[in-house]
Design a protein around this ligand. Structure first.
Ligand SMILES: *Cc1c(COP(=O)(O)O)cnc(C)c1O
Length: 401
């Protein structure tokens, strides 16, 4: 039977129409309370938060012009670095891990390096302490990319606070959403205030903000199983049919990044939705931990989980098969099934043709291997147990083939 519904590929917090009519709510203050920090800065996107952080770093150390990022991350990170006139260096992941390889990181560092961007991929917590050790006393700024991990903690503290600056994304599908948006935190309040001053100096972009308001209203209307069929499933199937997986997961971005301030209406909407976030994340965590157990029982499929002290978030379950061939076979069955299976990023950064001009062609076997063998299972509350079981049976059959 053909399904008429589509499970979103990640566990976005379901928006409510009542959010649109909220009278009160301060997004920055609400998130600061939830993250247990003095202050947070709301930006127009996660990418914009990264750019503001890099600009402040650059003001303080203008002689440095290199930013070091993991080889497996969002293409927007590479675009952000390029857009503000800095150069990119990439570091491979450690074997069997989502952390940057410390030795490879060390090899990339010199007096030109302005910042390193350890990245909390897919809700998992990355080892920022290890990065801090590598850069100790070098003057290099550590910016935690927690775009996919709002609500994740390490030893009871939010991620984003072990480095100098941390940022989260409020883009569509990334947990809490204002359609586009971001939030930054900093260990040192002066960093955040310097970023705020830069943001306050940006020109008013009324037309862009109006567009975002319409998009957020549309997202609120369509972010449900029936609406997602049309808003997400249709373009997905079209892109896959023309052999364009990068387009299918929305991994292709313009080289220009809009920089402006988020308007008051969207901030109020976000603040009201944010009140539901802690409880939602808890429920999603409980669900994910139970489902991981089921996946653990499948030989040939590995799921990434938390280590001691880490309490990540669960937008998806990130699964790695024992071969690219089997991963592809799983997605052949599941990607267009409407059950929310997808991929994180299609390629390691050097392998996006659209990024050729801005990403150095460094070798990164572990990042490439992760891109080749991994896929994601949505942790959306709309994915029922019987749907998840159907997904597991597909994986099981292919793993045993
Ligand atoms: C989505 C994402 C970003 C960019 O965030 P936006 O809010 O979409 O600009 C940066 N890094 C990672 C790892 C991401 O997943």
């Amino acid at each position: 039977m053909r399904r008429l519904t589509e499970i979103p590929p990640t566990a976005g917090l379901p928006p409510r129409f009542s959010d649109l009519f909220a009278q009160h709510g301060d997004l920055a203050a609400t998130l600061a309370t939830q993250l247990d920090v003095d202050a947070a800065l709301v930006t127009c996107s996660g990418t914009a938060a990264l750019m503001l952080a890099l600009r402040v770093a650059q003001q303080r150390q203008p002689e440095r012009d290199v930013v070091v990022v993991p080889a497996y991350t969002c293409p927007l990170v590479a675009i952000a670095v390029h857009a503000i006139g800095l150069r990119l260096r990439i570091v491979d992941l450690r074997h069997d891990s989502l952390d940057m390889d410390e030795y490879a990181l060390r090899a990339q560092l010199d007096e030109r390096v302005l910042a390193v961007v350890p990245t909390h991929l897919g809700g998992r917590v990355t080892d920022v302490a290890a990065v801090n050790r590598v850069v100790a006393d070098s003057g290099i700024v550590v910016i935690e990319d927690a775009a996919q991990s709002l609500g994740a903690t390490i030893n009871g503290r939010s991620v984003g606070l072990r480095g100098d600056i941390g940022f989260f994304s409020l883009a569509a599908g990334k947990g809490l959403s204002t359609y586009e948006g971001g939030v930054a935190v900093a260990r040192d309040r002066q960093w955040l205030e310097a970023m705020r001053a830069l943001q306050d100096a940006l020109p008013e972009q009324a037309a862009m903000e109006r567009k975002r308001c319409v998009e957020l209203a549309g997202y609120t209307a369509l972010y449900r199983p029936l609406g997602m069929r049309w808003a997400y499933g249709l373009p997905l199937r079209r892109a896959l049919k023309r052999g364009d997986p990068v387009g299918a997961i929305g991994d292709r971005f313009p080289m220009q990044v809009p920089l402006h301030r988020m308007g008051a209406w969207r901030k109020r909407i976000g603040a009201n939705a944010a009140l539901r976030l802690p409880r939602f994340l808890e429920e999603r965590c409980a669900c994910a931990l139970a489902r991981i157990e089921r996946l653990h029982a499948i030989p040939g499929a590995q799921v990434f989980g938390d280590r001691a002290g880490e309490h990540g978030t669960w937008p998806t379950l990130l699964v790695r098969m024992d071969s690219e061939h089997r991963r592809d076979a799983v997605l052949d069955k599941l990607w267009t099934s409407g059950l929310g299976a997808s991929r994180m990023f299609i390629h390691a950064l050097p392998d996006y043709t659209e990024l050729r001009a801005i990403v150095p062609q460094q070798d990164c076997p572990n990042a490439r291997d992760l891109a080749a063998r991994s896929f994601t299972i949505s942790n959306s509350p709309w994915l029922r147990d019987e749907d998840f079981e159907a997904i597991c049976r597909v994986i099981e059959a292919i793993a045993a083939s």
